[in-house]
Write a protein that binds this ligand. Structure first.
Ligand SMILES: NC(=O)c1ccc[n+]([C@@H]2O[C@H](COP(=O)([O-])OP(=O)(O)OC[C@H]3O[C@@H](n4cnc5c(N)ncnc54)[C@H](OP(=O)(O)O)[C@@H]3O)[C@@H](O)[C@H]2O)c1
Length: 326
């Protein structure tokens, strides 16, 4: 079968013929039609991920036909979470390194990880839901404990996880606010039902404006990290929560410890989700007809352009690859 292989770090993916994976007693083979990209795929390509094992077929998300029963399916890319709902065990890993990922014509995955795709989702929407969906779901509702009516700020709304978190939070009837480097993205997300958004790049007063308008957020969901987090402590209400699921900008700097303890702030981390979180996320998406925002669909031949686009500031939401070779 055709697959896109990463043979060396910081180098393009190479179309390669590799053996077709086999279905076994406990694993089903899926004929893939779309694969969703994540920042993780880019981090691995750039050598900025722990325990990189090359060569590898990247891609944690995908949608296709389960050859055992002909259903349109996707799967939970998180393997070996374990029984503890509070955190994953050390053996936890994701599809798409070290195991073969979804940038290939076929994949074999444990049968108990496979879910029928909710009918309201298109193939590209379904293909990019799993990883970002479970990450946003756990960060908002399990670690973030978001309740209807609460005020949540979702930062960097152009991100794949952040844009999906907005849709989930709106479906929960939260009061949703956002920030972004792009006025166009802010306008689009307000049209989905967000109350307001601020441009963190061009509006130097945005924190003050947000504080005056909102009073204080119950929850802030952040995947950027770096020096941005110190500012968020100021706009959280006393007793509020900041849930971090990523650090695209690097380690946190200058977070004011005194304000954190004086305001009784909860600083919480969140990664992916348990098997239970994944099942609950799929149910929630089906019940509330949530749809991920797909920015662009690239062909398999254009996969390297898609990787470049992943880090383009214009990118918005999810990037999908059409597995077009069968
Ligand atoms: N823990 C987990 O399980 C998990 C799962 C998925 C992802 N992650 C991590 O979470 C992060 C985001 O992932 P993703 O897939 O959503 O990535 P992504 O789609 O590449 O998100 C990038 C976004 O970051 C935002 N950003 C950049 N600088 C910012 C700043 N100064 N303030 C606020 N936002 C800023 C931008 O938003 P605007 O365009 O709106 O400015 C940009 O669109 C990555 O670090 C990723 O590795 C973790």
């Amino acid at each position: 079968m055709k697959a896109l292989l990463l043979k060396n770090l910081k180098s393009p993916l190479i179309p390669t013929v590799i053996p077709k994976p086999k279905a076994t007693k406990n694993r089903s083979r899926i004929k893939l039609s779309f694969a969703g990209l994540n920042r993780r795929d880019y981090w691995i390509q750039q050598g900025q991920y722990p325990r990189i094992d090359l060569p590898v077929v990247l891609g944690s998300d995908g949608l296709g036909i389960d050859e055992t029963d002909g259903r349109r399916v996707f799967f939970n890319p998180g393997l070996n979470w374990g029984e503890n709902q509070a955190s994953q065990q050390p053996e936890f890993q994701l599809v798409g390194m070290p195991d073969q990922g979804t940038l290939a014509e076929y994949i074999s995955v444990p049968a108990d990880k496979i879910y029928e795709v909710p009918d309201h989702l298109t193939d590209p929407e379904g293909a990019c839901l799993p990883l970002a969906g479970v990450t946003a779901y756990r960060a908002l509702f399990i670690q973030g404990r978001l309740q209807p009516g609460q005020k949540v700020l979702i930062t960097g709304v152009g991100g794949g996880v952040a844009s999906l978190a907005v849709k989930l939070a709106l479906a929960k009837s939260a009061q949703v606010y956002i920030n972004s480097s792009s006025d166009e993205k802010i306008e689009t997300v307000i049209s989905w039902g967000c109350i307001n958004g601020w441009n963190y790049r061009t509006d130097l007063e945005w924190l003050q404006n947000a504080k005056e308008e909102v009073g204080g957020f119950d929850l802030i969901l952040d995947g950027a990290g770096g020096e941005t987090v110190k500012d968020y402590i100021d706009v959280l209400r006393p007793g509020g929560r900041l849930v971090a699921y990523g650090a695209t900008l690097g380690p946190w700097t200058q977070v004011p410890a005194a304000k954190v303890f004086w305001k009784q702030i909860h600083l919480t981390g969140s990664t992916m989700g348990s098997d239970q979180d994944f099942a609950d996320m799929v149910d929630f998406v089906r019940e509330h007809q949530v749809r991920p925002y797909v920015d662009r669909v690239f062909s398999m031949d254009e996969a390297n352009q898609a990787f470049d686009y992943l880090i383009n500031p214009e990118a918005f939401g999810k990037i999908v690859i059409k597995i077009n070779a069968h």
